[in-house]
Design a protein around this ligand. Structure first.
Ligand SMILES: O=P(O)(O)OC[C@H]1O[C@](O)(COP(=O)(O)O)[C@@H](O)[C@@H]1O
Length: 356
């Protein structure tokens, strides 16, 4: 046990950590730091609501559907309101993309330099059954000049342009894990003091692992490469672990080593997870921790987004495992590529040279 680390947490609150990190950037204005604090504050409020949801009738369905056609839970709506309010009141954010809102949300802070994409409460199917759930956020600097509303171009930037990303897991303990591109750090919430304390400094995910997380209920419609990788995991006696809350499955695999996969399936032809506020932020985290994320063919963070709520397949976690999955997908796609080439060759009109 590294007592120094333990000793540090009492002294190293999230606020102090953010301040210290800001000193690394001489020209920093403090707006990103304040934005991270605003998110942490909203997370504390949402954490309180989640903890007492069974007592104050905020469990269960809200009675409407979000743009994804999913039934909104009351806590989905409450979390959405809490985070949007915190981001709006902070003043640093001009525009928000939220899983719970069809359109981009203009905050009225036209001087705000930042855009946030957020999944206020991830793992909706687990809210009422006391299984870990989470919040996922991604922060970009706007590309349009300040002084007016944020634009689609400000919101639809590739993951490589993120300036910060993170998640909060509401589980056996509540943690906030985030990166600003200089490593990944985790903070555990101390309820009695109302503070997040550094508990997991400089998280590094193992290069490989023996945990695979995928909903095998859809295995009938897995593409051959995905099916081959799942079989490979079984042949290796890997442990299957699937909570059904992305943040919880991702967090476990980040710390222990493993891979989370949500592939294209018959039910979800482009995968289920959303690029802007689920895949990109976790891809930034996992890459900063030494892991990898792709859609099976392309690095997640290099995908050019076209729509705020677009979905994409995701293979994320320990580097070796993601690369093994990509290799099996490429191998499975090989025949098709060959066939395509042969077909192309066949279609090239052959000019027969007529001897004069
Ligand atoms: O039930 P399925 O199809 O396996 O999907 C589970 C996945 O969907 C999600 O619940 C999607 O997130 P939301 O709950 O935010 O819509 C993930 O947390 C989880 O990994």
């Amino acid at each position: 046990m590294d007592h120094n680390k333990l000793a540090l947490p009492v002294g190293t609150t999230l606020d102090r950590f953010i301040m210290r990190k800001q000193e690394d950037f001489p020209y920093a204005t403090g707006e990103l730091s304040q934005l991270l604090r605003d998110i942490a504050l909203a997370a504390k409020i949402v954490n309180r609501e989640i903890n007492r949801s069974g007592l104050i009738d905020i469990a269960g369905a809200y009675g409407s559907q979000n743009v994804q056609g999913e039934d909104q839970q009351k806590l989905d709506v409450i979390a959405n309101i809490r985070f949007i309010r915190a981001l709006r009141n902070g003043g640093e954010v001009c525009t928000i993309i939220s899983e719970e809102d069809d359109e981009m949300i203009q905050t009225g802070n036209n001087q705000g330099k930042y855009v946030v994409a957020i999944d206020p409460l991830d793992g909706s199917s687990n809210i009422d059954v006391n299984v870990s759930i989470g919040t996922i956020f991604s922060i970009y600097r706007r590309v349009s000049p300040t002084g007016r509303e944020g634009t689609a171009a400000d919101c639809l930037q590739p993951g490589t342009h993120q300036v910060a990303a993170g998640y909060v897991i509401y589980g056996s303990s509540t943690m906030m894990v985030y990166t600003t591109g200089n490593g990944v750090n985790g903070f555990t919430y101390e309820h009695s003091l109302g503070e997040f304390f550094l508990s997991h400094p400089d998280i590094q995910t193992p290069q490989t692992g023996n945990i695979y997380s995928i909903n095998e209920g859809s295995s009938d419609s897995f593409a051959p490469g995905v099916a081959a990788f799942v079989q490979h995991c079984k042949n290796q006696n890997f442990s299957a672990r699937y909570i059904g809350s992305l943040v919880a499955d991702f967090h476990r695999n980040l710390l222990k080593g493993g891979i989370y996969i949500y592939p294209a399936t018959a039910k979800a032809p482009n995968g289920k997870l959303r690029l802007m506020y689920e895949c990109n932020p976790l891809a930034f985290i996992v890459e900063q921790a030494g892991g990898k994320s792709s859609n099976g063919l392309q690095r997640t963070m290099e995908i050019e987004p076209k729509l705020p709520h677009e979905r994409c397949p995701v293979f994320i976690g320990s580097k070796d495992l993601v690369e093994q999955a990509e290799a099996l997908i490429a191998k499975a796609n090989q025949p098709k590529a060959e066939e395509a080439k042969e077909k192309m060759v066949k279609e090239i009109p052959v000019k027969v040279a007529v001897a004069k």
